[in-house]
Design a protein around this ligand. Structure first.
Ligand code: ADP
Ligand code: MG
Length: 144
């Protein structure tokens, strides 16, 4: 069910929306982040990190699948499963301790590991609409 929809017109607005999300995340919040390459998933994630009061730089953990940040208001687990070969790699990194722990999980490309997602999570989909401009983004929040 869609619970929120917003539109942004530059990267800063997407960052600020991510920050607001980060500020209201609770222990155990799991977010699936979906959208094409270059749509702004990392920008959004950097906002979430700031909202969690994380000061170290956050980038795409493309080659590591999981990046952990322990210094913020809550532990933050940033997954990017774009290059996952086998779903067993998720077991190897101990995803269950993250998904069912006290921190906040954000999973880029979670659609690739859909069967591992918990019963309840938020799916945030970022999309472009070139008719509305190159920097326009539509951001939809669904409660699953
Ligand atoms: P992804 O992680 O989805 O591959 P990035 O966050 O790395 O994408 O890159 C998004 C790019 O799009 C950045 O260069 C950013 O400056 C640009 N951009 C332009 N408009 C927006 C917007 N409204 N929201 C987010 N990023 C935007
Ligand atoms: Mg990225």
């Amino acid at each position: 069910m869609t619970i929120y929809m917003t539109e942004t017109y530059n990267a800063e607005e997407t960052f600020e929306f991510g920050k607001k999300v980060g500020q209201i995340c609770k222990p155990g919040t799991v977010i699936s982040l979906v959208g094409d390459l270059g749509v702004g998933k990392t920008v959004f994630t950097q906002g979430v990190a700031q909202g969690l009061e994380i000061t170290e730089p956050v980038n795409s953990p493309t080659f590591t699948i999981l990046q952990e940040y322990e210094e913020g208001r809550l532990p933050f687990y940033h997954f990017d499963v774009y290059r996952i070969g086998d779903i067993e790699e998720m077991d190897e990194i101990g995803y269950e301790d993250c998904f069912y722990g006290e921190g906040v999980c954000l999973v880029e490309w979670a659609n690739l590991i859909e069967e591992l997602m918990p019963e309840h999570y938020y799916r945030i989909t970022i999309s472009k609409d070139l008719e509305k401009g190159f920097d326009y983004r539509r951001i939809e929040v669904e409660e699953i």
